[in-house]
Design a protein around this ligand. Structure first.
Ligand SMILES: CC(C)(COP(=O)(O)OP(=O)(O)OC[C@H]1O[C@@H](n2cnc3c(N)ncnc32)[C@H](O)[C@@H]1OP(=O)(O)O)[C@@H](O)C(=O)NCCC(=O)NCCS
Length: 146
């Protein structure tokens, strides 16, 4: 049974495992450890039979939720787990008083862009060369969370 819940200290290895399987960025295990201590941070994990198979996080900046990362292990994708993580993040953001949500996504990450469009985000801007090698970030916003 899939369970969506807030991160706990013992989840760091599981979350980092998902990170390593899904991203080429340079976050370390310590990055996630620091996230659990950051008062701005809110992380949700997706757990299947005691295994962390996905997660998503945002930083609360006043009344805005800024998504840091969201990822699901490849073998669990396109089964609604991402939707579950997003729904749990939105509930948490609303509970904390956030009214909008934003993120940056690589312009060449079509699955993620489709995922965010499906979740009510729209393309609102671009950061040139944000990921190096001429790859821009698309800035997306969802202006209504409720
Ligand atoms: C983005 C990601 C988290 C989506 O997770 P997921 O569990 O596969 O998503 P879901 O199964 O809940 O899909 C929800 C919707 O997203 C869209 N979507 C997801 N994967 C897609 C794909 N490969 N192609 C097109 N649309 C896709 C669809 O609209 C889908 O709705 P549908 O099932 O009704 O068609 C996942 O692809 C992932 O981990 N990618 C690698 C990490 C990453 O790039 N993260 C984002 C960086 S900011």
């Amino acid at each position: 049974m899939m369970n969506y819940r807030m991160i706990e200290n013992q989840d760091i290895d599981g979350v980092f495992n998902v990170d390593q399987a899904c991203f080429k960025h340079n976050w370390t295990r310590d990055s996630y450890l620091a996230e659990t201590k950051n008062i701005l941070s809110n992380y949700i994990v997706a757990e299947d039979k005691d295994q962390i198979i996905g997660f998503g996080g945002f930083w609360q900046i006043i009344d805005e939720a800024h998504i840091t990362n969201i990822a699901v292990l490849a073998s669990y994708r396109q089964k609604g787990v991402g939707q579950g993580v997003m729904a749990a993040m939105i509930s948490r953001a609303l509970e904390k008083g956030c009214v909008r949500m934003t993120l940056e996504v690589r312009e060449d990450n079509q699955p993620a862009i489709s995922f965010y469009l499906k979740n009510g985000f729209t393309r609102e801007g671009r950061r040139k060369n944000y990921y190096g090698n001429g790859i821009d970030a698309i800035i997306m916003w969802r202006y209504e969370l409720g």
